[in-house]
Design a protein around this ligand. Structure first.
Ligand SMILES: *Cc1c(COP(=O)(O)O)cnc(C)c1O
Length: 410
């Protein structure tokens, strides 16, 4: 079995380029023409594997999807316009009004808003649980539960739970397990090996790397028997194990118009080539910085799963094979000190992205979680005194120097 980067570099495109171009070209074309009327009919019926219209499939997007499929060792992948589009499409495919999903109480901010506002308006109930507590999970599942949902590393709490244990609960009740693996990607976490049925990833983050375009992917690991899913089972007869992907591609994804732009797919394919190198470097940097922060008197509550003091260290070590991602949270005295710390920094930028090649810092309580009350934020584990640092791939000494100089003047 070849390694991650070899596969990222050498997975062949589904079709050989007519000119033999070594870098697959960018097909920025909406429509594709056919030799005759019979051929286009066959393409529409799915009997001829051909692209017809880029909202449904596109050669450059397909190239990216196939590479992701190989890297995740999964059944199939659909690339979408954003991480949020990935979550929305999966929920629209699995659930409907009057049903529920059982979700981790710690979620990406926009995902909470999607669940509690947008999808709630369409009659979906979301039941929040402590994913580290199997009794809590099982007591909330009933015959109307359509999915279990969690993130591989939550943000900004950086909670890591035993995903195999959650998967066993899902399996016991015949419910698919959906995981947001944005912070890990298949390089850090092989979700298939832990019983995850569907993984969604915001490609905007680690995969694009350079923060060049917003994008997302939906991965079907091929583990779930879709005949058990009330909404997908009607597609099982014709599409077998591909029922979920077929319902997405031929209905939900197509009708919602959630396609990834070919240009973004092309940039993401480029990002995949160096993904392992970049993640490894950002994890190494983050470990060094977390250790440095833990030794500073002015810094409190350094939270990084890589530190042995973290309550998630043991489970993260096995699940992510000794790497712990690029996110660190830590506390200063109060909001004012956090603001001064951010403003003093010269290299680390103040922006709301994460897993960018550049190191980025943000004060979550006043920005990403600004729409919630102080009480709600405390429940979410987002205190006023917390900073979130996304560690990039700069030279570590420069980052530590930047942090040290800023701390001296807060
Ligand atoms: C950014 C992010 C998303 C949303 O992705 P977009 O590409 O910005 O839509 C979802 N989940 C997590 C964990 C994220 O970090």
């Amino acid at each position: 079995m070849r390694g991650f980067t070899t596969k990222a570099l050498h997975t062949r495109s589904p079709k050989k380029d007519v000119h033999g171009a070594l870098r697959p070209p960018l097909y920025d074309s909406v429509a594709f023409e056919f030799e005759n009327a019979n051929q286009i009919q066959q393409a529409f019926e799915g009997k001829l594997p051909a692209h017809t219209y880029s909202r449904i499939t596109n050669p450059t997007v397909e190239d990216f999807e196939q590479r992701m499929r190989v890297l995740a060792e999964s059944l199939g992948v659909i690339a979408v316009s954003s991480g949020m589009a990935a979550i929305t499409n999966v929920m629209l495919t699995l659930a409907s009004a009057g049903t529920n999903i059982v979700s981790s109480r710690h979620l990406f901010g926009n995902t909470i808003s999607l669940f509690d506002k947008t999808l709630a308006d369409w009659g979906l109930e979301v039941r929040y649980v402590d994913m580290s507590n199997e009794d809590d999970i099982q007591s909330r599942i009933d015959e109307n539960t359509r999915a279990l949902y969690l993130e591989s590393i939550t943000n900004p709490q950086l909670e890591v739970v035993d995903i195999s244990a959650v998967s066993r609960c899902a399996e016991k009740f015949g419910v698919p397990l959906v995981l947001d693996g944005t912070l890990t990607t298949p390089f850090l976490f092989r979700s298939r090996d832990y019983g995850v049925d569907v993984e969604i990833i915001s490609a905007t983050k680690y995969i694009s790397g350079g923060a060049t375009g917003v994008g997302g992917v939906i991965i079907d690991n091929g583990l779930f028997d879709w005949k058990k899913s009330r909404k997908v089972s009607s597609f099982s007869k014709q599409y077998g194990q591909f029922a979920f992907l077929a319902r997405l591609r031929r209905e939900v994804f197509r009708n919602c118009g959630s396609c990834m732009a070919p240009h973004h797919a092309w940039m993401n394919t480029l990002g995949l080539e160096t993904l392992a190198l970049r993640i490894q470097h950002s994890c190494d940097n983050a470990m060094g910085i977390a250790r440095f922060l833990a030794g500073q008197l002015k810094v409190k509550a350094v939270n990084y799963p890589g530190l042995p003091a973290s309550e998630y260290h043991a489970i993260a070590s096995t699940q992510f094979k000794g790497r712990f991602g690029g996110l660190i949270t830590f506390g200063l005295q109060d909001k004012e000190q956090c603001f001064r710390f951010i403003d003093n920094l010269e290299i680390i930028r103040n922006a709301t992205n994460l897993n960018d090649n550049k190191s980025l810092i943000i004060h979550p309580a006043s920005t990403i979680f600004g729409e919630y009350s102080a009480t709600e934020r405390r429940k979410m584990g987002v205190p006023e005194s917390m900073l979130r640092l996304s560690v990039g791939i700069e030279d570590r000494e420069d980052l530590i120097m930047d942090i040290q100089k800023s701390l001296e003047n807060i």
